[in-house]
Write a protein that binds this ligand. Sequence first.
Ligand SMILES: Cc1cc2nc3c(=O)[nH]c(=O)nc-3n(C[C@H](O)[C@H](O)[C@H](O)COP(=O)(O)O)c2cc1C
Length: 309
Amino acid sequence: MEGVVDAPMREMLTRIGGIDQCVTEFVRVSERVLPAKVFRKTCPELFNDSNTSSGTPVILQLLGSDPRIVAGNARKAVSIGARGIDLNFGCPAKTVNKSRGGAVLLQEPELVHKIVWWTRQAVPDHIPVTAKMRLGYSDKSLALENAAAIADAGASGLTVHARTKEEGYRPPAHWEWIARIREHVSISVTANGEVWNWQDYQRCREVSGCDDVMIGRGLVAAPDLGLRIKALQRGDDPEHLSWPEMLILLQQFLEMVEQQLAPKYVHGRIKQWLKMMSREYPQATAMLQEMRLLKQVPEVRQFLHQYSL
Ligand SMILES: Cc1cc2nc3c(=O)[nH]c(=O)nc-3n(C[C@H](O)[C@H](O)[C@H](O)COP(=O)(O)O)c2cc1C
């Protein structure tokens, strides 16, 4: 998730556990093959065999509309260690869609096919090429056609965020459409959208018929969600990360973000995570309120430290 699940967040979440695989934020490609440093910035896990330090595989996501350029960038990313390429056909951002990237491409299934096909041809057979799509741009009329275009072009997997671009992030996610797509293509389909807890996870799997579920915001809000899901699947009674434990994670996150970002952005990331976790931890709302004027890294660090005493 761009601007949210970057390398430090992937590191935090995969340390906690319960996650089988991550996908990077998208790398936007438009006119040329990007230098290696761009891929390494978005995906520093490339230095670690495309794994987070706890060993969770990370797939690199590309977003672009020129099949040859996307393919060239995929080849480059693989040459420096990417273990898989995911193609973004879901981003709803105006700036991205205006330059013919993300969900807007779902209006052109033939182009979607070409992008996937060129990318598949550009990288070795053992490297998975997958795609992520929404159900459409303004309506769902091309959902099956787009999914078939992706599958026919040689993708080995497809993640479906069960909403159109127009539907943005408004609940509900239409998991029943994922079932229709799954029946329409023979590649593996992963369900995505609006999974915030164990009950959502179960219902999403039931309705979509998918074994695999991708969780975005729900996992940032409740970082132990993956662990809890796995425990419940085994029939165990899962433990919940307590608020004091979350405070320790926040301090660790600060240290990681500080290494990655310019100081002026650090407080924003801490506040962003607090805001997202307030859905699960009501204490985060009060904390956020108290720290709203803090901007300097040392004062944020001091505040987090005091708070956890
Ligand atoms: C801030 C934000 C950034 C996102 N960035 C990406 C991205 O870079 N690539 C992508 O495939 N999806 C991206 N998404 C979409 C999510 O991966 C996911 O499909 C969507 O949030 C629905 O799933 P959820 O309800 O589990 O969050 C983003 C979503 C949000 C809210």
